[in-house]
Design a protein around this ligand. Sequence first.
Ligand SMILES: [Zn+2]
Length: 341
Amino acid sequence: MHQALLYQKLAGNYVRCGICRWRCKIAQGSCGVCHMYRNQAGELFNLNYGLASSVAVDPIEKKPLYHFYPGSRVFSLGSWGCNFHCPGCQNWSIACVDSTAVESQSEKISPEEAVRLTKQNGCAGIAWTYNEPTMWFEYTLDSAKLARQNGLYTVYVTNGYMTSEVLDMIGPYLDAWRVDIKGFTGDYYRRLTKITHWEGILETAERAKKKWGMHVEVVTNITPGQNDDDVQLKGIANWIKTKLGELTPWHVTRFYPQYQEQDIPATPIETLEKAIKIGNETGLRFIYTGNVPGHDGENTYCYCCGKLIIQKQGYNTQILGLNNDRCGFCGADLNFRRGKL
Ligand SMILES: [Zn+2]
């Protein structure tokens, strides 16, 4: 067990967790909704510090991050638990677990070991991914500091539901914020995740970019009959444009039947193409399809001169025309982050 960094002691040996926006009030001997933070004798502890469920060397494009160190490899670490319990989760076997089963199934990786393995595997940085990174927040913070000291980049692949205190603690050490915006109504977020303050996800993403200067990319997994209506898609596109900027990449990914949503069909390609059209009409410059191998929507084109900038075949990335963060043909700003941290 590892002492948690953000909580408040309350009367009667209760604590108030400050990691995510649930801000769970936790009785002695109990856990928050995530099952990974426990009140032990009136103090809050994280139960999975350094306990990895999944370890992989991935192309950065798999996160997906398309405008961040394209072609690089990223050391990817996941742990256990989630503060959302979405019925269509792709990673439910690690996200929806009880903390009691965790330790025996984990690979123990200290921050020092993670940095060593990142370099040994020829990776340019570390991503905390597969499950929600704030489920082992203290570990990701220690690791991010060490990664930065070693010249490595750092990435959160997140549902974005942490408190601003959490963001502000790790903000100085984090380079990229890959956030899911799952829909654009309180009703949908409540049905899917049970959360009530969904707008906090938007505020945190905006703060990650504006206060901490992170590179931000947004993913929406489009699910038939759930979040594929024009109102939500236009809402997301418009929010990205006005709060994060028109050069922010938006990934619209194809839903496949998973977990408790086996009865929902895979997303028709036409629906993804409708989302791209909506994004274009709203003024977004980079909208990508995901989970559709070989679709032209995986490639990067310059919005100014129309030339093909990055071509993808699976996870094979070919950079054809980039000059630092600009178009190699016409010089337009393409919002790429690469090179020195
Ligand atoms: Zn161009």
